[in-house]
Design a protein around this ligand. Structure first.
Ligand code: NDP
Length: 440
């Protein structure tokens, strides 16, 4: 058997690629934060200016980030409505996970609501995004270093399939230990869906409140972006158990890639559309205006516009389609992996593999090999459309996410090929398209 993480198996361009990404990811995040608030809001090209260290570093921002992490950790430790078992590990054991992410979201919302009523200046948060992002990046670096050191004393059975090449930079980036824990506190599971995702919608809300202060009321575009992304986060936390069968949990080690992604990249770059809208109001996007023109045969104000529900339909439609595919595919696979005899999936056609696990070849997973990615991408488009088409910047998420999912799909194919061999080839023959039917 080839040693785990041997040179031939290295991902992300090996140590050189990992070193580049260590710098490139934070640099891109700061570039986006700076560009979103600049007048021209140009995605491509140099940043409007290079911030001084005083603009980035604030002990208050660090304190705020640590308090946020502490609050989410405390909510994680509250009694859960359910404790779920993860997938079987190398040593045949299974870990337990508290299912209380949605509860954490609701309690956070209550606390923030009470705080705002008591005078918490939430709308001041957008002014602090740069130092907060800097503090989150610092935390991600230090945290990843501690995780790397912790893995040095972990048993071999606790290590991830990748991330143990012997090259410190590569292993630091990819993550060495699969499920680093202290007692029952699972660091990767905690970070995956809580501080970053809930932080993202909190930043969105702060941007909405600041827009209301600046312009009297939030724009329709801001409401839509907030609503769509809150639905995405609420859904992820409501179906929290489904994360237990995702690549991040079952395959990837916990290192800088996930720690930075979860704690810094998600809240500060996924809120880009709302950041953009605060500085570049877009009351009505061009695609929306085109549809209105088509419906009405004229353009204009007031009575010429269709009712709000028709206006919002065009933008909500891709979200509804995207969400339907995304949720259907993820729930179907999760139900099947948890219990193949579950009545919701028992009738689906499957093929057997040498490992004893079966692969779905009908239902969503018979349409393309990653239907969940297709749904996610359609939703990403819906999040950008409210920002109009005058700038490329709000479409950064769609572009980056397409690249991420195409690369992620290729990684998953490699892993599945290793796991399932001939059966995976049979699946690929049966379901020839990866993400988009008849196209890719
Ligand atoms: P998936 O949930 O797609 O899981 C992939 C695994 O599913 C495979 O390794 C395999 O594992 C199993 N599988 C694949 N094909 C089949 C089949 N036909 N039948 C049964 N099982 C199958 O992976 P991800 O973790 O990449 O994605 C989870 C979700 O998270 C997606 O919706 C994705 O869009 C989203 N996501 C969002 C991100 C964001 O930043 N917003 C980032 C990354 C992902 P096994 O056989 O071992 O069970």
């Amino acid at each position: 058997m080839a040693p785990q993480g041997s040179r031939a198996e290295l991902e992300f361009g090996g140590p050189l690629g990992a070193a580049a990404l260590l710098l490139l990811l934070p640099a891109t995040m700061f570039h986006l934060l700076l560009v979103a608030r600049s007048g021209p809001a140009r995605l491509l090209g140099p940043p409007p200016y290079l911030p001084e260290l005083e603009e980035l570093w604030s002990p208050w921002a660090l304190l705020l980030c640590l308090t946020w992490l502490g609050l989410q950790a405390a909510l994680y430790l509250l009694p859960a409505r359910k404790v779920a078992e993860g997938q079987e590990l190398k040593d045949k054991s299974r870990l337990s996970y508290p299912i209380n992410g949605f509860q954490a979201l609701v309690l956070t919302a209550l606390l923030v609501g009470l705080g705002v009523l008591a005078g918490l200046p939430l709308s001041a948060l957008p002014e602090m995004l740069l130092p907060l992002a800097f503090a989150a990046t610092l935390i991600a670096f230090i945290f990843s270093l501690l995780l790397y050191l912790k893995a040095l004393v972990a048993p071999a059975s606790a290590l991830a399939p990748g991330g143990n090449s012997g090259n410190p930079i590569y292993d630091f980036f990819l993550g060495r230990e699969l499920n680093p824990r202290i007692c029952s506190f699972d660091f990767k599971y905690f970070c995956e869906l809580r501080p970053g995702l809930i932080g993202w919608v909190l930043i969105n809300l702060a941007l909405l409140m600041q827009e209301a202060e600046l312009r009297g009321s939030p724009s329709l575009a801001m409401w839509l972006v907030n609503g769509f992304q809150l639905l995405y986060v609420g859904d992820a936390l409501w179906h929290e158990e489904a994360v237990l069968t995702t690549m991040d949990i079952i395959h990837d080690g916990f290192g800088f890639m996930l720690a930075f992604g979860d704690l810094a990249w998600v809240p500060f770059t996924y809120s880009l559309q709302a950041q953009f809208l605060l500085y570049h109001p877009e009351p009505l996007g061009l695609p929306l205006a085109s549809v209105i023109c088509l419906i009405n045969g004229q353009s204009g104000r007031g009575s010429a516009l269709p009712p709000p529900f028709i206006r919002s339909l065009f933008i909500q439609h891709p979200l509804a389609v995207g969400y339907y595919i995304f949720r259907g595919a993820n729930s179907q696979k999760n139900a099947f992996r948890k219990n193949p005899s579950d009545p919701r999936v028992a009738d689906l056609e499957t093929i057997s593999t040498a490992t004893g696990r079966r692969l779905l070849v009908s239902g969503w997973w018979g349409m393309v090999r990653h239907p969940n990615y297709l749904g996610d991408l359609i939703m990403a488009l819906a999040w950008s459309l409210p920002c109009g088409v005058s700038h490329l910047l709000p479409y950064f998420y769609l572009l980056y996410f397409t690249a991420l999912l195409v690369h992620r799909e290729a990684r998953d194919e490699q892993q599945c090929l290793r796991k399932y061999g001939l059966a995976w080839h049979a699946y690929c023959r049966r379901v020839p398209y990866r993400i988009v039917p008849y196209i890719y």
